[in-house]
Design a protein around this ligand. Structure first.
Ligand SMILES: NC(=O)C1=CN([C@@H]2O[C@H](COP(=O)(O)OP(=O)(O)OC[C@H]3O[C@@H](n4cnc5c(N)ncnc54)[C@H](OP(=O)(O)O)[C@@H]3O)[C@@H](O)[C@H]2O)C=CC1
Ligand SMILES: O=C(CO)COP(=O)(O)O
Ligand SMILES: [Zn+2]
Length: 351
């Protein structure tokens, strides 16, 4: 008997475009949520979008509550949960970068309430996924969390966010190339379940972004459009897979390890981009890694340890220990030796 079942949890409304922030109320109305909203934001996103969202709901008589988070921590997730309970809200809206979106997503998951994502930065694919990550002592990678019921991505706001956040989002997508290769490898060697649909979608998303790299330029609002579409597509691939596998392989392990060794040194997307150059080299040797490096360079993302602002020895340490991060088989296998890590990082010009 065939007794397999799967849940693919996707956003119902994805609204992308110039000025769509003011359509947040309409996008939410369509979801038939009940109760008042809790808008979760952080200082800068509040100024650029949070207050406007609160005002929009206020005009509709929805009596929104507002809370501002400062840092990515479980303490803040707890505080948002307590606020949501005290204010007796019906659903949560995260307005901000990855930190705010993930705190809101994880609080909503714990509360069993709906969650809407209003990103103010296109910095990684967590803004549309059902994966949440808040740094903890030993865990940096994402865990399953409440996926957004709707995503409202205003390209006018995203285009005005610091450019490095957008290039980080691009690099997070480009890293899908190696993530899919790692997933296929794990399928072949360890019988890990592989989804052809999710793998193909993730790979195609990276290819399309690279093909459209010329539209990704500082000061061009179209860049935000191109990147958000790719982030949505990557998020859908993760939803189909039911894990972050299509978008997270060894390059992500490397980045998570850097986050432990040198917290806050560089953006997630930038780290996984550089990681992807190295892991592509480990996968296929001489040529393919150049395509990844060139794609990153074209959009202005870092391609070297220097550009990340991380010293060479830390890169080597992260590479040789990244396999321990989680139970996820990748090209790093049961560990890359130090000479091999040094050779890969040198051959690709990362160090
Ligand atoms: N779920 C997932 O799959 C993933 C989750 N993450 C998580 O995401 C977080 C990192 O996300 P990231 O977006 O890089 O970082 P932040 O959310 O911290 O945003 C980066 C900075 O940009 C500011 N900012 C946000 N939007 C704007 C804007 N429109 N204009 C000007 N400044 C703005 C923020 O201000 P302020 O300081 O006021 O907030 C912050 O200082 C981490 O907590 C990490 O754990 C990372 C990767 C994957
Ligand atoms: O960043 C992600 C995908 O781009 C999530 O991956 P992790 O599960 O490795 O945190
Ligand atoms: Zn990522």
């Amino acid at each position: 008997m065939f007794d397999k079942s799967t849940w693919i949890r996707l956003p119902r409304n994805v609204v992308v475009g110039h000025g769509v922030l003011d359509e947040t109320v309409d996008a939410v109305a369509e979801l038939h949520l009940t109760g008042r909203p809790l808008v979760v934001t952080s200082p800068t996103p509040r100024e650029v979008a949070g207050d406007r969202v609160v005002e929009g709901f206020g005009k509709e008589g929805a009596d929104p509550a507002l809370t501002t988070v400062q840092e990515a921590s479980f303490g803040e997730v707890e505080r948002v949960i307590e606020t949501a309970q005290a204010e007796e809200v019906g659903f949560l809206i995260g307005v901000g970068g990855g930190k705010v979106i993930d705190i809101t997503k994880m609080a909503a998951d714990e509360l069993g309430k709906g969650f809407v994502s209003v990103p103010t930065a296109a910095s990684h694919d967590g803004i549309v996924s059902g994966r949440g990550s808040v740094p903890e002592e030993d865990t940096r990678h994402s865990v399953a969390a409440e996926p957004p019921l709707a995503v409202v991505a205003d390209t006018e706001i995203l285009a005005e966010a610091p450019w490095r956040l957008t290039t980080a989002g691009c690099a997070d997508i480009i890293s899908n190339y190696t993530a899919v290769k790692d997933w296929q490898l794990a399928h072949r060697l360890k019988n890990v379940e592989y989804s052809e649909y999710a793998g193909a979608l993730s790979q195609m998303t990276a290819e399309m972004l690279v093909e459209n790299a010329d539209s990704v330029k500082k000061g061009l609002e179209e860049s935000a459009w191109v990147v958000v579409k790719a982030l949505v597509s990557s998020g859908v691939a993760m939803s189909i897979a039911g894990s972050s596998r299509p978008a997270s392989g060894a390059e992500h392990l490397f980045s998570h390890q850097l986050d432990r060794l040198v917290p806050g040194a560089a953006l997630h997307g930038h780290q996984v981009g550089v990681g992807s150059i190295i892991t592509e080299y480990l996968h296929s040797g001489e040529t393919e890694w150049r395509k990844i490096r060139d794609a990153l360079a074209r959009i202005g993302a870092p391609t070297t340890a220097d550009e990340l602002g991380i010293d060479d020895e830390t890169v080597i340490e992260a590479l040789t220990t990244a396999h321990r991060i989680r139970d996820r088989y990748t090209i790093l296998g049961d560990g890359v030796s130090e000479p091999a890590a040094r050779e890969a990082a040198r051959a690709t010009g990362v160090i």
